[in-house]
Design a protein around this ligand. Structure first.
Ligand SMILES: [Zn+2]
Length: 374
């Protein structure tokens, strides 16, 4: 079977493609797409340490409705202790083992196999594939979106093949994601002898007051589609080995996961205000790693939900849980939805996708494209 999703997934898994990915794994995907009539454009973006990263944009057709599929060919490092070589795809007990089988070479293979069996459809189909989703993601999907704008490509809807299913294929899809912002707080002091506190300035009580004030912030109670936003203190460092020294500085780190009621910059301003009130000489560094987004339930979630239900007899939960994904960027283009394999083994040792799930995912992806471009 030339377009068996298992064979295609195996070809992709066999290419070691730890983030940032380039080269062989993209060659393999290009070789699959060209015979299917796709014009394939590849480009390398960025410099060390965030790159260089390879990206691939494949387009078939022109005009009409535009269906986009997005994904990534990079994988997280395998770690030690696999039962078989993580980059040598292995079938065992009805499972295809290998790094990326679930996240997300399996889904890319299923989408390619779906296209191979697709009857003639109108409109445009594109694949937006990056080699940096698992890393800093600075020169990946963002660069692809810029390239699409240059090419005048405007998808009407986008399916992302991230592994969203939980206990079984099709039980969950993602229609949004929470945003994420990390912050680093530093409180300066004046180092000195514990017995002579009037000659020193202890930064620790100030940092404790700051953290107490932050801990007292209630961001929201959640929304119809989102859980409440949460602030977590993720590190607290003084690093003072001496019992008789007042330290010179104290540091803390925060991570906020926030729903669509907030914007990253507003949260940074809010924490900055706490610092200004409690310790005006404290400094704050912040990095918004992604804004929250929601693709309101509607035609796209109905389309995907119906396709899943027709094949599997279950209706997926529409969820906004989990970490960030490239959907945070793609949601600026059009409504996005994420649907893929069960995610139990993603990023783990012995990552594996069920052969049966890969075959079923292929059929459901095919139904989704056919319906979307009907
Ligand atoms: Zn992924």
């Amino acid at each position: 079977m030339p377009h068996d999703p298992i064979a295609l997934a195996s070809q992709l898994i066999a290419c070691d493609s730890i983030t940032p990915a380039r080269g062989a794994v993209f060659d393999a995907l290009e070789e699959m797409l060209v015979p299917l009539g796709f014009a394939v454009e590849r480009f390398v973006a960025g410099e060390a340490p965030d790159g260089p990263v390879e990206n691939l944009l494949a387009v078939r057709g022109a005009g009409g409705r535009h269906f986009a599929f997005a994904g990534h060919l990079d994988v997280v490092p395998p770690g030690d202790g696999w039962a078989s070589d993580p980059f040598a795809p292995t079938l065992r007990g009805g499972l295809l083992h290998g790094r990326g089988a679930v996240d997300m070479k399996g889904a890319i293979a299923a989408f390619v196999a779906a296209l191979a069996g697709l009857e003639q459809v109108d409109g445009t189909i594109s694949l937006i594939i990056t080699g940096d989703e698992e890393g800093p993601a600075i020169h990946g999907t963002r660069a692809l979106i810029a390239r699409m704008a240059e090419r005048g490509l405007h998808p009407d809807l986008c399916l992302i093949g991230e592994p969203t299913s939980v206990a079984r294929l099709g039980d969950m899809v993602k229609i949004g994601r929470r945003g994420s912002v990390n912050m680093w707080i530093s409180v300066p002091g004046v180092q000195g002898h514990v017995a002579y506190p009037h000659l020193a300035d202890n930064p620790i009580p100030k940092l404790v007051r700051i953290l107490a004030a932050i801990e007292a912030i209630h961001l929201d109670d959640g929304t119809d589609w989102f859980q409440p936003s949460n602030i977590e203190v993720t590190d607290l460092t003084v690093g003072n080995p001496a019992t008789n020294v007042i330290p010179a500085a104290a540091h803390a780190r925060l991570s906020i996961r926030f729903n669509a009621l907030h914007r990253g910059e507003d949260l940074v301003a809010r924490i900055r205000a706490v610092l200004a009130a409690e310790a005006p000489d404290a400094t704050l560094k912040a990095q918004v790693s992604g804004e929250a987004f929601l693709s309101q339930p509607g035609p796209l979630s109905d389309l995907v939900g119906n396709a899943i239900e027709a094949r599997l007899g279950i209706r997926p939960d529409l969820s906004t849980t989990g970490g960030t994904s490239d959907a945070r960027f793609l949601s600026a283009l059009c409504p996005v939805i994420e649907f893929g394999l069960p995610n139990a083994t993603m990023h783990k040792l012995d990552e594996a996708a069920a052969v049966e799930d890969l075959q079923m995912l292929t059929l459901i992806y095919r139904d989704i494209v056919a319906q979307a471009l009907r």
